[in-house]
Design a protein around this ligand. Structure first.
Ligand code: DGI
Ligand code: FE
Ligand code: FE
Length: 196
């Protein structure tokens, strides 16, 4: 299929997301576009990645698992016990399958938006961060500092978000996806090396 344009993407998302999730999605897309201006990324790509990052979010755990099986997407052991993590994997697949997106950078930015990963591309970092800081988010600690870092020091920003996410999850060690830990270690190392 050929890629849907932005208007068509928004219409399709409206059918598939709750009102609240759609508002969050628009917030992520605008935040990602602003960050793209600062960090020299294609604005249109940031828009599409932001719009599509949670396209598979409004689904029950059972349905996520069932759709992943149907499309032969591998379910890891952590995803088996925490199926909501699959919204990133299924969403990345749907970006191509349902929205006609072929750009690997956009698809990977959806795939890794929840856990991050080591050595992310600029677009991947932007979506990982924009998801965390978009204006309607208000629960995370250090948000004020993290929002400034998003536009001034993107690697330190990823480091701070992954650190806070691990602290937030720490209550329940079994729930941590190792990719989240790898992200934290990789960006901690970058920040430490720079500090000398
Ligand atoms: O889909 P959103 O709510 O917009 O945001 P998201 O895709 O970043 O998902 C957020 C949740 O994912 C948040 O509660 C933290 C959680 N998360 C991030 N890394 C991990 C994780 N949950 C588990 N179980 N394991 C992880 O490693
Ligand atoms: Fe998400
Ligand atoms: Fe999100």
């Amino acid at each position: 299929m050929s890629a849907l344009d932005v208007k068509e993407i928004k219409e399709k998302l409206k059918e598939n997301l709750t009102k609240k999730r759609y508002e969050h999605t628009i917030g992520v897309a605008y935040t990602a576009m602003c960050m793209a201006m600062v960090h020299d990324v294609d604005i249109e790509k940031a828009n599409i990645a932001g719009l599509l990052h949670d396209n598979a979010k409004c689904m029950s755990d059972d349905k996520l698992v069932q759709k992943c099986k149907k499309h032969d997407l591998k379910i890891s052991s952590i995803e088996k016990t925490h199926p909501y993590l699959l919204h990133a994997k299924l969403g990345a697949f749907y970006a191509g399958y349902k929205y006609g997106i072929e750009d690997d950078d956009i698809i990977n930015s959806i795939l890794y938006h929840t856990t991050g990963r080591p050595d992310m591309t600029m677009l991947e970092k932007i979506i990982y961060i924009a998801d965390y800081i978009e204006p309607s988010r208000n629960k995370a600690t250090n948000l004020k500092k993290i929002r400034k870092l998003a536009f001034s020091d993107i690697d330190e920003c990823v480091y701070q978000i992954s650190k806070d996410t691990l602290e937030y999850l720490q209550k329940d060690d079994d729930s941590i996806d190792m990719t989240t830990v790898e992200t934290y270690k990789y960006y901690e190392d970058i920040v430490n090396k720079r500090r000398g």
